[in-house]
Write a protein that binds this ligand. Structure first.
Ligand SMILES: [Mn+2]
Length: 522
């Protein structure tokens, strides 16, 4: 479907903005005739909105999509689902909060604001995940206000930065309120400056239950406006994160596709980094390399500062200095993932810098590898129905396996002791939910039963510090983690989204030795 048809369908579209948009989208309709490179470049030269569209970025966004991989419909459904969910939840106890009963609800979610390194030097802007999830809008400082009334009618309103020739000269185009209505499919849009006035009127008219998470809102003026309005109207603020995270936890088919994509980008990139690793390179070199390879595949950036840890640095779980050189006998542990179209991947691989594991490294690698595949097998079965159960099972099995190779005393044979021995050598959880954020939906308990649509990591590890004098010396200073991203898909099957990323020991050795061979013959 052409973008114009989609835009024309928006109920709230006004005549003037439709005219403006059709001028704007003109190149879209001509695209099939524009075969030469020059003509295609001219297309991108037209007026721009505050974010990429299928017109300005046809290499990233399909004609029927608002942002890569997602249609306008999907965003409208998310808003509608959230509001209906809140209303039906409230109705289970008579629509009553704090002694006040109404079927009207209002939710406010703010965008992220720009953050600065120093003076006027900005950090790379990253949109607030909840705001992006509900709007697809990538502009800073914007505000989304949604309402549902007693007739179950959902309306949404965006407050956007006004058009401003001077500001746009410096920071690039803004969409502005007028074009935001058809672009994001909201009922209304206004200048940011009108937020307090319009909010005040809306609240005094509807007297809704008022849902707003003070802590997760970056924007000071929004927090102040909300406090002022709620106290004027004597309305208490209710937390919206349970409902929002509940939705974000279960990925739609389009989100599953985006998760497959972001995982595949990181998996292929890490494979290449492993193949190119050689002793003498620095951890920083591998960091730059994985960043480069992910961006080459259209990732926006790495999803978090990666851990690239050689040798004993790998026993520091959040090692991010990445400043040491790789020695021939070192293992390299890389924990890296990327963000593609707002969705993140999170992979860890551990491989030998020289292409060959030493005997103690091999023993521990094989153990973590078997442990990880045990845990993946367990998903959805007894002992693996929740992330917490997977964690408990990981600690117990790790304790048991360590006992088999002689790192845990033979006498320790009760369940509790083995669990605590496992936890001693792997002192982090084996899993977290994954999605738009790396540690996604953090308020959803890990004791929740796994179900289709959930994406999470499985990441057992072993870290033996130099100070572990009760462990044979050859094992000290070794850190290993293997981490994959998994999806329970719509058929309830467990899909390893990062399966492309090589981890089987012999294949890993082969991959790393190829690099050696290539260097030797060069
Ligand atoms: Mn992780």
């Amino acid at each position: 479907m052409f973008a114009l048809t989609r835009l024309a369908r928006c109920s709230a579209i006004r005549r003037r903005s439709l005219a403006e948009i059709s001028t704007y989208l003109q190149p879209q309709r001509c695209r099939s005739q524009a075969s030469s490179t020059k003509a295609r470049l001219n297309e991108l030269d037209g007026p721009r909105l505050g974010q990429p569209t299928s017109v300005s970025h046809p290499h990233l966004i399909q004609p029927h999509e608002l942002v890569p991989g997602l249609t306008l419909d999907e965003f409208q459904q998310r808003r509608s689902k959230l509001m209906h969910k809140i209303q039906s939840y409230a109705s289970t106890f008579g629509d009553n909060y704090n002694g006040r009963s109404t079927k009207n609800h209002m939710v406010i979610v703010g965008a992220a604001s720009k953050k600065y390194m120093s003076g006027k030097i900005p950090f790379v802007f990253r949109q607030n995940s909840d705001f992006y999830y509900l709007t697809g809008c990538l502009e800073p400082d914007s505000i989304l206000v949604m309402t549902i009334d007693q007739g179950a009618k959902v309306e949404s309103m965006l407050f956007m930065r006004p058009k401003d020739a001077h500001a746009e000269l410096w920071d690039g185009p803004r969409t502005g309120p007028e074009l935001s209505v058809p672009l994001f499919g909201v009922t209304e849009a206004h200048d940011l400056g009108q937020f307090e006035t319009i909010l005040g009127k809306l609240v005094s008219g509807l007297q809704p239950h008022f849902w707003f998470d003070m802590k997760s809102c970056d924007l000071q003026h929004v927090r102040e406006g909300v406090i002022k309005t709620s106290s004027t109207e004597n309305i208490q603020l209710l937390p919206v994160h349970t409902f929002l995270e509940g939705l974000r936890l279960l990925k739609s088919p389009a989100e599953m596709e985006l998760m497959r994509r972001t995982c595949s980008i990181a998996a292929q990139s890490i494979n290449e980094v492993m193949a190119e690793t050689r002793p003498g390179q620095s951890e920083h070199h591998l960091f730059a390399s994985v960043d480069y390879k992910c961006r080459q595949r259209n990732a926006s950036y790495l999803a978090y500062p990666p851990v690239v840890a050689a040798g004993r640095n790998a026993t520091i779980i959040h090692y991010v200095d990445n400043s040491q050189l790789l020695r021939p006998q070192d293992l390299v542990l890389m924990d890296a993932g990327c963000e593609y179209a707002g969705y993140t991947s999170d992979i860890t691989r551990t491989w030998p810098a020289s292409g060959n594991f030493t005997a103690p490294q091999r023993t521990l690698y094989d153990m973590v590898s078997v442990l990880q595949s045990d845990i993946i097998q367990l998903i959805g079965r007894m002992g693996g129905e929740t992330l917490d159960q997977l964690f408990q099972s990981t600690c117990y099995r790790l304790g048991k396996y360590l006992q088999e190779i002689g790192l845990v005393p033979k006498e320790a044979d009760d369940y509790k002791t083995l669990v605590s021995q496992g936890y001693r050598f792997c002192p982090h959880h084996v899993s977290h939910y994954l999605g738009m954020d790396v540690h996604d939906t953090p308020n959803v308990p890990r004791s929740r039963a796994l179900e289709p649509g959930m994406v999470f990591t499985v990441e057992p590890g072993i870290y033996i510090g130099q100070e572990c004098t009760d462990v044979p010396p050859e094992f000290r200073g070794i850190g290993i983690r293997i981490e994959d991203d998994l999806l329970i898909n719509k058929d309830s099957a467990v899909e390893v989204l990062t399966a492309e990323c090589i981890k089987e020991r012999r294949s890993l050795e082969q991959l790393c030795q190829q690099a050696e061979a290539a260097t030797d013959s060069a």
